[in-house]
Design a protein around this ligand. Sequence first.
Ligand code: HEC
Ligand code: HEC
Length: 496
Amino acid sequence: MFQTTRHTPYECGCGTLCRSLSKCGWSKFSAGTVGRFAAWVTLTAVLTAGSGSKFAQGGEPHRARADQTAPDPAAVERGCAALTLRGYLKPTWKDDAITKVRKLWENASPDPVADPKGYAAAFRARYGLHLPPYPNDGLPMGLRRGVLRDGTKTGIQLDCLLCHGGSLGGVSYVGLGNTQLDMTLLLRELTNSEGRQMPPSLFILNSARGTNNAGMVSVVLLSLLNSDFSRRVFPLPMGANLPELDVPPWWNLAKKRSMYYDGRTDARSVRSIMQFFMGEKSLDEMKRLEPIFQDVQTYLKSLKPPKYPFPIDRERAEHGRTVFEKTCARCHGTYGEHASYPNKIIPLDVIGTDPARATGLSRKFVEHYNSTWFGEDFPADLEMTGYQAPPLDGIWASAPYLHNGSAPTLWTVLKSKERPKLFLRPPSTEFEHYDRTNVGWKFEPLAEEAVSALTPARRRGLYDASRFGLGNQGHTFGDKLSDDDRREVIEYLKTL
Ligand code: HEC
Ligand code: HEC
């Protein structure tokens, strides 16, 4: 079995290791190597069936983080440990899938026995995974040991941090969206390495690295449950068709009254963030897990974004603030001492960004969701409005931008004509690929003809804005700014 290097002590750590909870998840990872959904059967079902949604509520007034009561530190600590140190699902793959998979790689890999560190790094790079900032049995963030009913740890499965754990400049963060993940490749190759085949999928899990179709996974899992959570043999047709998405950072959750990109779910809903488990868990098990995930939610709401690590021109940033407050604050709020966040959901015809995520969620799905335990306490909003204008805290760190990741830099968010149609995502999250001028990821625009010459690995980093849900239109609010004002706004955004 593939083992690892030892973890050094954690700056964060959770549970008993945790010294400085506010840092939980922000420390430099230490070592480690290299998951899967609920029961394989269910994901299988997910990938083969079709349909989907996200839920919400909304409407009430919104408080900025500054006015919020501080989360209970004991709950934060429990939540941190529950999220990062515990597994909940049975294994999907055997332990050795992690090393067996290398026989499927195009190029020779370091030998896992002779060079475990080298192999672990190659594994992470291939699938877009990161070192965990917490002890994880030598596995990368997002993979985890499976847990049997009697508590025995065995095999491999996935967890929340597959998508919600990222890295930046060599530091791993819990709650930063994983902008490198190639989920399709990971699932397919781990499965093939055991001589099994993935069932044909009825939807695209991801076409580009870094985006993923978590929404459709939920839709399919839910289509296999009746309102009372009894299992269905045939999926309920739900008519939802959701696209792949960029993963939002968790550190904004505390400010939000409503969540998910369409803002249709009340951000207090604990059950909605447990959808990942519905393929394996019974209703009774979900109920037992709810208090644990209440703590997880408290932990998520305690997370803070990292600070911009490079110099900032304070004078230009101050000018930028004035422009921002005139042009942007009505939707994105204000920051600093008297921070406010309006929690607005902007109608599709005003925001103009790719509509597929908002329109792809069918009423049927929302109704079905609301008829189950998930929607009992906080039913999702039956009305679709558009997209929620997110808080911009730590925005420098969460590139690419917009719900589908179609704008690689802040400059392209604010000058819509300069968004690339076809481009390569960076090969890693090291700062050498970070663009400090335009703020975000450097990208290589490509001509159609150049695509066929790409190596398979680079091809998987190709973002094609003409694909379903990946359109790069809309959010034209920065277009009218002069280049100089735009630079100053970007300078200001670095301070958030
Ligand atoms: C397969 C990738 C994936 C996994 C696994 C995953 N998520 Fe997510 N998560 C997403 C994506 C994508 C979104 C955005 C969905 C949308 O708005 O349509 C999201 C949204 C969220 C949000 C809302 C954030 C906001 O500000 O609106 C929370 C909270 C969340 N996830 C928690 C969790 C938890 C807890 C788990 C594990 C139990 C989990 N997620 C597992 C991909 C994932
Ligand atoms: C009318 C409301 C509105 C105005 C005005 C507005 N925005 Fe936005 N903004 C939004 C919405 C809604 C989104 C999410 C769109 C999506 O993801 O499809 C967004 C997204 C963004 C994002 C990407 C966020 C992320 O996490 O990916 C940035 C950055 C941003 N806006 C900056 C600005 C700046 C700077 C201004 C002023 C020049 C501005 N916005 C003006 C509504 C607005």
